[in-house]
Design a protein around this ligand. Structure first.
Ligand code: PLP
Length: 406
């Protein structure tokens, strides 16, 4: 496996040369959004300057070019995640919309008394859509707890199934703890018990090789902006027969076969779930982000991030009072921590003064915070372009602010 040439990678990201508060930017907020390489921004610019026209309906050249760019990207996504057909790849606004689509549309097929299983480490976007469904259907939501190291309690997971369990919705990687869940094992058990599995891949797809077949995912959702792509675009993968059985999510243009006041028919997949004009420029540029990641090599990215994780974790533990949340074996390069009793927000503000961008707060995972008995954490998360020197700068900053906070 080729190693990443991190300096070459950094040169692809102009934003990394800027300063913040008079210091070189150290961007460690990658679990919230990654930065975007020149190739992707150039692609967006190119489409805006040469081929911007509404997709699908056009007979004219520009519309056909815009359509081809978006459909080529759909095929890139299909190959990237190992789906069988582009009919199974639906463009959405992001992970959140993808999960809402399933909760709303697949949710329509559920019956009162049915049960779904979530985990306590889910992002709000994989909790609240199911709670909204509860306003329409009397479904029960059961929650898998975690063990002390932040891994899922799989014994309890298995014990939650009944004949009424219809769906498990689980994150591939925790955006707080970094835990990488054993998705293949989770799906195998669910399928044995006749339930489907939706996988929230928002923190997975940028860091792990994903094959939806190997994972056994019935649905898989992710966001472009967390994988070096443009904002405003995401993907829902769904197995064809499931998508075919599901009613449309939103109504409008593009998603219809024929509209009449005596009865309207739906378009074929995937368009049935793509009402209205999509972000066709962003959708096209997502394909370029995938090319970029594959050019670096997903395994090389993962190995680099893992090395940064190990180094940073070891150095952070040199600091008095350091508390790290999430120590599951094989975790992803996300470190949630608190410095003694210091408030996460104060820590984040002081780090920002030193040019270091981290995220603070509950990370859209309030039930997990409740389980951990805290209000929030500071979170540092690594991407392909982070360096060991940046980890050193981060550690030096932590050591500098630690006395101020205690
Ligand atoms: C970011 C994130 C989401 C939501 O993604 P959006 O792009 O905001 O829709 C969902 N789940 C996890 C695990 C995330 O990290």
């Amino acid at each position: 496996m080729a190693e990443l040439d991190v300096n070459a990678v950094r040169a692809d990201f102009p934003i990394l040369t800027r300063e913040v508060n008079g210091r070189p930017l150290v961007y460690l907020d990658n679990a919230a959004s990654t930065q975007t390489p020149r190739a992707v921004v150039d692609d967006i610019e190119h489409i805006y300057y040469t081929s911007k026209a509404n997709v699908h309906r056009g007979v004219h050249c520009l519309s056909q070019e815009a359509t081809s760019a978006m459909e080529a990207s759909r095929e890139r996504v299909r190959r990237f995640i190992g789906a069988e057909s582009t009919d199974e790849i639906i463009f959405t606004r992001g992970t959140t919309e993808a999960i809402n689509l399933v909760a709303s549309s697949y949710g329509e097929l559920l019956e009162d008394g049915d049960e779904i299983i979530l985990t306590v480490m889910e992002h709000h976007s994989n909790i609240v859509p199911w709670q909204l469904l509860q306003a329409r259907k009397k479904i029960a939501i059961k929650v898998v707890p975690i063990l002390a190291d932040g891994s899922l309690d799989l014994d309890t997971y298995r014990s939650l199934f009944t004949e009424r369990t219809r769906l498990v919705a689980v994150t591939q990687v925790s955006n707080v703890l970094g835990t990488v869940n054993p998705i293949a094992e989770i799906t195998a058990y669910a399928h044995e018990r006749g339930a489907l599995v939706l996988v929230d891949g928002a923190q997975g797809v940028a860091h792990l090789k994903v094959d939806v077949k190997e994972l056994g995912a019935d649905f898989y959702a992710f966001s472009s902006h967390k994988m070096y792509g443009p904002t405003g675009v995401g993907i829902l993968y769904g197995r064809r027969e499931l998508l075919e059985a599901m009613p449309p999510y939103q109504g409008g243009g593009e998603m219809i076969g024929h509209v009449s006041f005596t009865g309207t028919t739906w378009a074929d997949l995937p368009y049935k779930f793509e009402a209205g004009t999509p972000d066709y420029v962003g959708a096209a540029a997502l394909g370029r982000a995938i090319d970029y990641m594959e050019g670096l090599g997903i395994d090389a990215i993962a190995a680099h991030e893992h090395a940064l994780l190990e180094y940073a974790t070891k150095r952070m533990l040199e600091i008095p009072g350091m508390r790290i949340f999430g120590t599951a074996p094989g975790k992803s390069a996300v470190i949630s921590f608190l410095l003694g009793d210091a408030h996460h927000y104060d820590t984040g503000i002081l780090l920002d003064q030193l040019g270091i961008a981290v995220r603070t707060g509950h990370h859209c995972a309030q039930p997990l915070m409740e389980t951990l008995g805290i209000e929030g954490t500071v979170r540092a998360a690594f991407a392909a372009y982070n360096t060991f020197e940046e980890v050193d700068a981060f550690i030096a900053a932590l050591k500098r602010i630690q006395p101020l906070l205690s």
